[in-house]
Design a protein around this ligand. Structure first.
Ligand code: SAM
Length: 254
């Protein structure tokens, strides 16, 4: 069942409910205190602002709003440029939107979605499996628990690999470039890859040129960088590092 209690696709949202409920609860508590001590009003207004901002972002990302999540994810499929023969891996699949999308785009392909499904997000393996059934691709899609830090697959197991907005959120991997290396480890020579993450600017991966140079140094046949900002999908209020303001794609052929 989805949030509305019906059998419908549920691909979740990059703004989990806790980012809305949490500030809401704090704002109410501080407002109550502000009735007696004015100084708490500042904190109450701050958390009220957070609530409004995250609610706006959730709406923009959702299918009820601007469907921004699907449009940003679409860039991963677009830049993968795979022939659809064999098996693909979706690293950090969430509720499986890209896993099922790849299966739909490539009717002969098998797709594996992997995610730890921990409590930080509102995603689950059960929801992935229901989504795959509803999309009519359950016979070619599998989901399993695991981490991008150490993928539970042999070297060169997959014909393609994708990942969308995952690596930046992995707290126990300081060096995000190593996560790209680990992802490429499981791709066959000549296989395709496309990883979208917070790659623009110096922040988490160094400069895009340095990232490309490093990846090319691992012996991949081809690696390209695309600045997601060029697709002009993201409204101004969401163009910041905590949302989707510094996102880029590294893609190519191993
Ligand atoms: C912003 S969500 C993106 C989900 C999905 N890729 C999408 O495009 O909707 C980040 C995802 O990273 C996953 N994640 C967190 N730590 C991970 C890890 N160590 N390995 C793989 N995935 C992880 C989370 O569970 C969550 O599903």
């Amino acid at each position: 069942m989805n949030e509305a209690g019906s059998e419908a696709l549920d691909y979740g949202n990059w703004v989990p409910w806790k980012l809305i409920y949490g500030p809401g609860i704090l704002a109410v508590a501080l407002l109550a205190l502000a009735l007696r001590w004015r100084v708490f009003l500042v904190g109450a207004l701050f958390f009220l602002g957070c609530l409004v901002y995250f609610a706006y972002a959730r709406y923009q990302f959702s299918t009820r709003g601007e469907n921004l999540e699907a449009r940003v994810r679409g860039l991963v499929v677009e830049h993968l440029r795979w022939n659809g023969e064999g098996t693909a891996l979706d690293i950090g699949c969430g509720n499986g939107p890209l896993t099922t999308e790849l299966a739909k785009q490539y009717p002969r392909a098998r797709v594996v979605g992997i995610d730890p499904w921990n409590s930080a997000w509102d995603y689950s393996r059960k929801t992935c499996e229901r989504n795959a059934a509803l999309e009519g691709v359950a016979d070619r899609v599998t989901f399993q628990s695991g981490s991008a830090v150490s993928l539970p697959f042999e070297d060169e197991s997959f014909d393609a690999a994708i990942s969308n907005l995952v690596f930046h959120s992995i707290a126990d991997a300081k060096d995000k470039t190593q996560l790209v290396k680990e992802a490429l480890r499981v791709v066959k020579k000549g296989g395709r890859f496309c990883f979208q993450d917070q790659m623009v600017g110096r922040g988490k991966y160094g400069k895009p040129d340095e990232l490309l140079q490093e990846v090319r140094g691992w012996g991949v046949q081809r690696a390209d960088f695309f600045d997601t900002r060029e697709a002009a999908l993201v409204p101004r209020l969401l163009r910041n590092p905590i949302m989707v303001g510094n996102v880029g794609i590294i893609c190519g052929t191993k």
